[in-house]
Design a protein around this ligand. Structure first.
Ligand code: MLT
Ligand code: ZN
Length: 457
């Protein structure tokens, strides 16, 4: 087996601690967070520096051994777990945040640093890192770059790609590309950082990144607003975006999901009137944005009820009704997680039609909708469905495409959505992706089976 020889060579370079073959220890890296995607790994390899990552990839490239890069393993599309005996390349030992560059408002971070570590370092410098998501304590900076993670503040600051000022990565053959100078204007050819961001470990392994930081706004308001229906909530988004420049999040949840979160977490309902649609709105600024948000909400049609947090504890309590959806839904068994964007004009129609589209295929399946309303991004979670039953995924993703939406808003394609990429990407686009993949990974060792569809003809 080439694996044994390669693993021995890697152990010689990384030390014995760098290669783990113990079945129990490897097992926690072979199933994804949801429990839906699982496979076998030859070993877990744990480099602690860029040079060690380079050494690992050089060996694997030479021997043609496949590698699955993995950060915090919080991905939701099966893009970070092995299938058939690949090596899992775990980046968790590449920790560290360099001193914040206060002149440039930037920072250089190692790939294995948890998102929360980066956020804390930014806060210590009186700044913030713009990307935030519920898995912040586990998700790594490198993983969020590889997946171009979105999260809760895309509306205000953009997604991960918009924060990326430079990258260091190891190519499939072990060579290192490094461009971490952080120049705001740097128009010197192909944007490798932008290309590797969202490439899901299929083109190179990210080892460090240069990221922009944003002002830290201490004055924050969070409110939960109840609506009669999704159409009214969508109408509110446009109004609030016009009127409140300091909006940082507009998130939607539905009564059924809130009831589940309350049941699982033992929480009281957020709004006594129990409206069918609830929108969490957050604004942050140097000066208190409460009055601006209050007057925008007052002037909005279709509002049934409002709860405003008056301190940080109450704000965190309101956020729980939104953030705990992921955990609460997982208590029902591994869900099918579809993460879609709709044009704003089609979002309410989609939300109305999708539960029936699901039950038409599988009468026992339950549909849960929540997400980043301000971005037109709904998370469609379907439970009470076998993990490998793709029929529901198929009808939902076709409905999305027929309405002009995207089959992945922020989670990526991974293994889960690869079959459907051609619903939203043309043959010429997919050919271009294949050409890039082949140029950067000619032996196909980086995350095989992820993102880029198999050639069918
Ligand atoms: C979220 O918005 O909560 C995340 O994308 C995770 C999820 O979809 O469950
Ligand atoms: Zn999300």
């Amino acid at each position: 087996v080439p694996h044994d020889r390669v693993l021995r060579a890697i152990a010689a370079e990384l030390g014995a601690a760098g290669v783990v073959t113990d079945r129990d220890r490897v097992a926690s890296h072979t199933t994804d967070w949801t429990g839906r995607f699982t496979g076998e790994a030859a070993a877990l390899v744990r480099p602690s520096s860029t040079e060690e990552v380079a050494a690992v990839l050089a060996r694997c490239h030479e021997a043609g051994v496949a590698v699955v890069p993995q950060g915090g393993n919080t991905g939701l599309v099966g893009g970070g777990v092995p299938r058939h005996g690949e090596i899992v390349l775990h980046l968790g030992r590449l920790r560290g945040v360099e001193p914040v560059d206060e002149g440039a408002l930037q920072v250089t971070v190692s790939a294995g640093e948890p998102l929360a570590g980066l956020q804390a370092a930014a806060a210590d410098a009186g700044l913030a890192y713009a990307v935030d998501l519920a898995a912040r304590d586990t998700a790594t900076v490198g993983g969020t770059i590889a997946t171009n993670a979105g999260g809760l503040h895309v509306l205000r600051w953009g997604g991960t790609r918009q924060q990326l000022m430079g990258i260091e990565a190891v190519l499939a053959d072990g060579r290192v590309v490094s461009h971490l100078g952080g120049l705001v204007k740097d128009n010197t050819g192909y944007d490798l950082a932008g290309l590797l961001c969202g490439s899901e470990g299929t083109l190179a392994v990210v080892t460090r990144a240069r990221l922009r930081l944003v002002p830290r706004h201490e004055a924050r308001v969070v409110a939960m607003v109840g609506f009669v229906d999704v159409a009214a909530a969508v109408g509110a988004v446009a109004r609030w975006r016009r009127r409140v420049a300091s909006l940082t999040a507009v998130e939607v949840v539905l009564a059924a999901g809130v009831d589940l979160v309350c049941e699982v977490g033992g929480l009281p309902p957020p709004l006594a009137s129990r409206p069918p649609v609830l929108v969490l709105v957050e604004a942050a600024d140097r000066d208190d944005p409460t009055a601006a948000v209050a007057s925008a909400v007052e002037a909005t049609d279709g509002v049934l009820d409002v709860a405003v947090a008056t301190n940080e504890r109450e704000a965190a309590a309101l956020w729980r009704y939104r953030e705990d959806h992921t955990l609460a839904i997982n208590t029902l068994g591994p869900p099918h997680k579809l993460d879609v964007t709709l044009p704003m004009a089609a979002l309410a129609r989609f939300a109305a039609e999708v539960p029936d589209a699901v039950t038409a295929v599988e009468p026992g399946a339950r549909t849960w909708l929540f997400g980043h309303l301000g971005d037109g991004n709904l998370h469609v979670n379907v439970t009470d469905l076998a993990p490998d039953d793709d029929r529901v995924d198929d009808v939902v993703l076709r409905l999305v495409a027929s309405l002009g939406g995207s089959i992945s808003a922020e989670h990526g394609i991974g293994r889960a959505k690869r079959r459907w990429l051609d619903l939203v990407r043309s043959p010429a686009e997919i050919d271009a992706m294949r050409a890039i993949k082949h140029a950067l990974d000619p032996r196909g060792i980086l995350n095989p089976g992820v993102l880029v569809p198999e050639r069918t003809a």
